[in-house]
Design a protein around this ligand. Structure first.
Ligand SMILES: [Zn+2]
Length: 406
């Protein structure tokens, strides 16, 4: 991190301290058994092995230059404006179960979510240069961030709470829908995350209103969010359910909580009553602050998932870099669904073999990445399996959103 970024980080942390200390307080020492040496080693091993095996799996090397480079695949072409377009015919009505919009909070100016901009600045801004950045589809997707990319991701995150992020200003509704149109995606579940800040933090209300006033209320499905330590969380959840939320997003790393914490029981109970799926960020991504790793180990989700078999839980990123633990977990609990976002093609193939296509949900984590990066991977691994393709891209999400006895 450079000096400016470090100063900004301090200013930002001080800003958070104005009133949010109780909501985002650091972890207590007593939870050392929650995270140990073996866990740390496991993540390091996963990263090393993934690097060694990339390109040597059943799909061979899948490396491209930028998102535009995906046009080398038979599924895409570049239009006259050099934008990627999906040309596969007969695709199902695709549902993206994992998308977001631009975030601004605290002192940052509000983003005009209805504005169309020239281009989208994804957080992995792979098309910023010509040729684009190196994009490997056979590794966990954040392995494509270089050190410089990570530094800029860091400063964009800070900017979202201070003077406003230039990238986030392009993460708007028309920009998302334009990319959905180019990729043949019909609907996206848009997941807000409550940061537990003292003011200017209700992305759920903000996004829902913006979606309502846009022309795309039939394309974007707003999610709900609560902060586990917000004393009004239950009331807020009920309000969001009444507004028609399609899933509850909880992010143990960003919100710093263990998914099996008793504080969340009333929230899970409310989701059970309302038939609302819970969408967790799942597992360690490996690029978040290390002290948050402890919150997202797969074993810490078990208490909730086992106690509420009637609640459908989605593990975002299929457990990310803890996917090896997410697989037996999903095999054990039929109320677990895995979001495909992030996993490389070899792992995606393994998920289909070992967990089953019927339990996977297509997700993109837009605007971190172009929608095409996630779509390409599903198309590659389901090349000869039309039923699996249908289930992952559309059928499973329809089931989960409809909840008709599943
Ligand atoms: Zn996400």
């Amino acid at each position: 991190m450079n000096r400016d970024a470090e100063v900004n980080r301090r200013l930002f942390l001080r800003a958070l301290g104005l009133g949010a200390a109780s909501l985002i307080s650091p972890i207590a020492c007593s939870d050392s058994e929650r995270y140990g040496e073996a866990d740390i080693k496991k993540l390091a091993d996963q990263k090393r092995q993934e690097k060694e095996l990339a390109g040597k799996g059943p799909y061979g090397s899948q490396r491209f230059r930028g998102y535009r480079g995906l046009s080398e695949l038979p599924y895409f072409e570049l239009d006259t404006n050099q934008n990627l377009r999906c040309i596969v015919e007969g695709l199902p009505p695709i549902v993206d179960f994992h998308a977001h919009l631009g975030m601004s909070f605290l002192f940052a100016p509000k983003i005009d979510l209805l504005r169309k901009t020239e281009r989208v600045v994804h957080f992995l801004d792979c098309d910023a240069t010509q040729p684009g950045c190196e994009l490997d589809l056979d590794v966990y997707i954040n392995a494509n961030f270089t050190e410089d990319d990570l530094a800029s991701l860091n400063s964009e995150s800070l900017a979202q709470g201070t003077w406003g992020s230039a990238a986030a200003a392009t993460h708007t509704i028309p920009n998302l829908v334009a990319e959905m149109n180019a990729m043949g995606i019909q609907r996206s579940v848009v997941l807000p995350i409550s940061l537990g800040l003292p003011f200017n933090d209700d992305s759920s209300a903000l996004w829902s209103e913006a979606i309502e006033t846009s022309d795309y209320a039939n394309r974007l499905l707003p999610g709900a969010t609560v902060h586990p330590r917000d004393p009004d969380a239950l009331e807020s959840l009920r309000l969001q359910i009444a507004r028609g939320a399609s899933a509850l997003k909880l992010h143990p790393a960003v919100q710093r909580f263990y998914p099996d914490t008793p504080e969340l029981r009333p929230i899970y109970e409310e989701c059970a009553k309302a038939g609302l799926p819970v969408f967790f960020h799942g597992g360690r991504a490996g690029i978040e602050p290390e002290y948050t790793h402890r919150f997202t180990l797969i074993r810490h989700y078990e208490g909730a998932v086992a106690a509420y078999p009637e609640v459908q839980f989605v593990l975002g990123h299929a457990g990310a870099r803890d996917v090896a633990d997410a697989i037996p977990f999903a095999q054990k609990y039929p109320n677990i669904w895995l979001d495909t976002h992030g996993q490389g093609v070899s792992t995606l193939g393994q998920l289909i073999d070992e967990v089953g296509a019927q339990r996977l949900l297509f997700g993109t984590d837009w605007p971190f990445y172009h929608l095409g990066a996630s779509l390409a991977k599903v198309l590659i691994v389901t090349e000869n399996a039309p039923e699996d393709r249908w289930a992952i891209l559309s059928g499973n999400a329809e089931k989960l959103l409809g909840q008709e006895g599943l």
